[in-house]
Write a protein that binds this ligand. Structure first.
Ligand code: PHE
Length: 362
């Protein structure tokens, strides 16, 4: 190849590169020049037919041609990329004057809201959250809680019974969150300090009862926990949840098979002209509202949970989340909670983006 042939070849190839009009096209050109069957590659192959000196010279020429092509390709590639970006920027430009598309925002259901507030309050007291299954076996829901078969308390629970499991276990929809006490004792050892929020079921329906409802259970067990701790914990919780620092809280003797002694917990309220107000009474005690059951864990229950009652003791309590949500947010009928009516939800629901709403109870 004469020097002028070489020059001509170079300018033809460079023109090709420069005239490429897209990145894909440029790549095809690169392959046609430098690829395995490319023009320059073919020239390289033909060098073997030449004599030593000639081959060396021609080889050098071809290599420098190759470098200038590679250089040109990279320059062109940068140009094409810039053009492409420019084009996209122009095409995809957004029109900031367009009106926004209305977006619907969901809201937090009052039950979720109340549950989160409870978890936040107990979290600050050092409790952690435990869970158990909605479909419970008879042992965890009743027997281990000191409610043997034929015990009258079983009738009071209006239990939904399910077909037996394959292993012949009697199954129920759990009637309270107390079985989580047993499951926690089985799976851990004291000190225990848990709360268990969740769904519970009883065959019951009126303005304050629905077949599915929610409870939150608390369980504390260690060597020295006593009634004073139970009372302090419950009073602090009630005042934090309702946001009323001097909320009157009353403990009334009661009975549960799984606690001894047992107490029902009432909070002070007043009823004036059909209006129910939680908290201080103004001119004195006017009314009480029962909001939870509580007591010192029965020694038999500790034994069922695999804990030695000679060594450990503790307290437990359980309350209806839906009920305290109705009271705190002023919602009159429980059944509306589960109607899935969007108008109801947007009225009683909570703004998901408002963080203070989550910790209002603190
Ligand atoms: N499980 C009881 C109920 O559903 C409440 C409770 C829990 C009472 C723990 C005492 C201790 O009514």
């Amino acid at each position: 190849m004469t020097p002028s042939d070489l020059k001509e070849l170079e300018s033809t190839l460079l023109n090709k590169v420069k005239s490429s009009d897209s990145l894909r096209n440029l790549d095809n050109i690169r392959v046609s020049i430098l690829g395995r069957k490319g023009e320059i590659t073919e020239y390289m192959k033909s060098l073997s037919a030449l004599g030593n000196d000639e081959r060396k010279k021609a080889g050098q020429n071809l290599n420098s041609l190759k470098s200038s092509i590679i250089e040109a390709i990279s320059v062109r590639q940068n140009e094409l990329e810039a053009e492409e970006l420019e084009g996209r920027l122009l095409k995809e430009k957004s029109d900031v004057t367009l009106p926004i598309r209305p977006k619907t925002k969901g809201s937090i259901h009052p039950v979720s809201q109340a549950m989160e507030e409870c978890v936040a309050i107990f979290g600050q007291m050092g409790f952690s959250v435990a869970e158990g299954p909605d479909i419970e076996d008879d042992f965890h829901n009743f027997t281990a809680l000191n409610i043997p078969p034929e015990h009258p308390a079983r009738q009071m629970h209006d239990t939904f019974y399910l077909p037996e499991s394959d292993e012949g276990e009697k199954l129920v929809l759990r009637t309270h969150t107390s079985p989580v006490q047993i499951r926690t004792m089985e799976n851990s050892s004291p000190p225990i300090r848990i709360i268990a929020p969740g769904r519970t079921y009883r065959s019951d329906s009126d303005s304050t009862h629905t077949p599915m409802f929610h409870q939150i259970e608390a369980l504390v067990i260690d060597e020295e926990t006593h009634m004073g701790h139970l009372k302090g914990c419950i009073i602090d919780f009630c005042r934090a949840f309702f946001g009323i620092p001097d909320l009157p809280v009353r403990f009334r003797p009661s009975h549960f098979p799984f606690t001894e002694p047992s107490m029902e917990v009432d909070i002070g309220c007043s009823r004036e002209n059909d209006e129910l107000k939680i908290g201080n009474f103004g001119d004195g005690a006017n009314n009480w509202l029962e909001i939870m059951g509580s007591g010192m864990v029965h020694p038999k229950v500790l034994e069922f949970g695999g804990i030695n009652p000679q060594e450990y003791q503790g307290f437990a309590f359980g309350l209806g989340i839906d009920r305290i949500a109705m009271l705190k947010y002023g919602i009159p009928d429980l059944r509306t909670f589960f109607d899935a009516d969007l108008r109801w939800l947007s009225h009683y629901g909570f703004d998901p983006l408002s963080i203070p709403s989550m910790i209002r109870g603190l």
